[in-house]
Design a protein around this ligand. Structure first.
Ligand code: SF4
Ligand code: SF4
Length: 417
């Protein structure tokens, strides 16, 4: 029975005294984001994504039990930014290569990144190298994706009531430890439950994939894609000049650029391409209004090209995950560069037998110690996330910059799978 009233962001809410704030807010139509909270686990309080102000003090919302007259703030600009920063820290503290992750589209952490509008992280990625533990009987635990939310500790147990997961080590070295003996007693259904309740792709069941293909998963929403109407004359009164390049990327973003099909005919009425793989113009012949850069920097040539783009473009945009933080090529950042070269040239399946020479020549661009995001090399004006971002999204950003319009991003347009 609802017997108290309290206030969230100026709205009067009602609930039963002592109810968990996350649940009480939900009943009043207010969403407080969280990754660790479960209705019956009261409170876990480990992820801190649900940060709120209670009577003026910041606190994890899931650890609050509502009382008469409480004054709660959930969505102040400071709280929204703090929540976003907490999520960004989770992303950089582990390895989250969404485009190659089995859970992409079904992942709560990824979904919150969409919801909070994370386009790039303000913190450097750590590129940790933690174990991907395939020793258990039924499951695989990828420690690089674990956010230490404790859900698996609390929720997963055998029929005899024994826990399967715990923490080992401390501080930054904390990992989820697995009791292999107990894990082997889990039924298929219990193992699948562990995979389901993990808010990231850290727990996977061997031989099982997620039931739906990418695009149809829980957090995938169909984006119709808005028509791109380049129907105005820009302030410069001439065709705008665009340059594009692909650094350490797969050309997927360029493929996506062309995905507007016949819309490209409208685009070329108003813009002209200068240096770009689309025109095969190798060097800038004129200063450009916009530079679109796909891919990050993995070698000295990438850095040189990126600097040339910065010098020759008024507005420089990183397009796609590889440009924004390294993306899939940055998987190598978890491995010493010498090991990467040895694997690529001497020990791969296609290496010549007894090969001992790693190619070296002054004309070959030097490989960098790691793959760098573009904003660590030059100033980047905008980031367009996605892997690849969809074509409508890219061209809408370009259009809005060219015509100096307000632009807001619809979150289903961020796609990493
Ligand atoms: S989809 Fe996978 S890689 Fe991406 S945030 Fe979730 S767990 Fe991390
Ligand atoms: S393995 Fe998953 S459920 Fe367990 S603590 Fe890590 S993120 Fe949470």
């Amino acid at each position: 029975m609802k017997n108290i009233s309290f206030n969230i962001d100026g709205r009067i809410c009602s609930a039963t005294k002592g109810e968990n704030l996350i649940e009480a807010a939900k009943q009043n139509g207010i969403f407080i984001p969280t990754l660790c909270h479960f209705k019956h686990l009261n409170p876990l309080g480990s992820c801190r994504v649900c940060i709120v102000n209670l009577n003026g003090h910041a606190i994890a919302g899931c650890s609050v039990f509502v009382e008469e007259g409480m004054q709660i703030e959930v969505n102040t600009p400071e709280l929204l930014d703090t929540r976003k920063a907490i999520l960004e820290m989770m992303f950089v503290e582990g390895n989250h290569f969404c485009p190659s992750c089995e859970k992409s589209g079904d992942c709560q952490m990824q979904n919150l990144a969409y919801e909070t509008g994370i386009r790039y992280t303000r913190f450097p990625h750590l590129f940790v190298d933690r174990i991907v533990d395939a020793r258990p009987e039924r499951i695989v635990v990828n420690q690089n994706r674990c956010i230490k939310c404790k859900r698996c500790f609390e929720e997963v147990e055998t029929n005899d009531g024994y826990k399967v997961f715990n923490f080992s080590n401390k501080g930054n070295k904390t990992i989820v430890s697995i009791d292999y003996e107990q894990e082997a007693k889990l039924s298929e259904t219990q193992a699948e439950y562990a995979m389901k309740i993990c808010p990231t792709g850290s727990i996977l069941v061997k031989g099982k994939t997620f039931s739906k293909p990418f695009g149809d998963r829980i957090f995938d929403q169909v984006s119709e894609g808005k028509a791109i109407a380049f129907d105005k004359i820009n302030k410069k009164g001439r065709k705008m000049r665009i340059a594009t390049t692909s650094l350490a990327g797969c050309f997927g973003c360029h493929m996506s650029l062309l995905d507007i099909d016949l819309g490209i005919l409208d685009v070329i009425e108003l813009v002209e391409f200068n240096k770009s793989p689309l025109t095969d113009i190798k060097k800038f012949t004129q200063h450009c209004d916009i530079g679109l850069v796909e891919g990050g920097c993995c070698n000295t040539d990438n850095i040189e090209v990126l600097r040339t783009f910065r010098e020759n473009c008024d507005v420089l945009i990183s397009v796609g995950e590889c440009a924004i933080w390294g993306g899939v090529p940055a998987i190598r950042n978890t491995i010493p560069v010498e090991d990467c070269l040895r694997e690529a040239y001497l020990e791969s399946l296609t290496s010549e037998e007894n090969e001992t020479v790693i190619p070296y020549h002054e004309d070959i661009p030097k490989i960098l110690n790691k793959v760098y995001p573009n904003h660590e090399i030059v100033k980047i004006d905008y980031h367009i996330p996605g892997c690849p971002p969809n074509a409508n999204h890219i061209w809408n950003v370009v259009k809005n910059i060219l015509f100096e319009e307000e632009f807001s991003v619809v979150y289903p347009e961020f796609k990493y799978d």
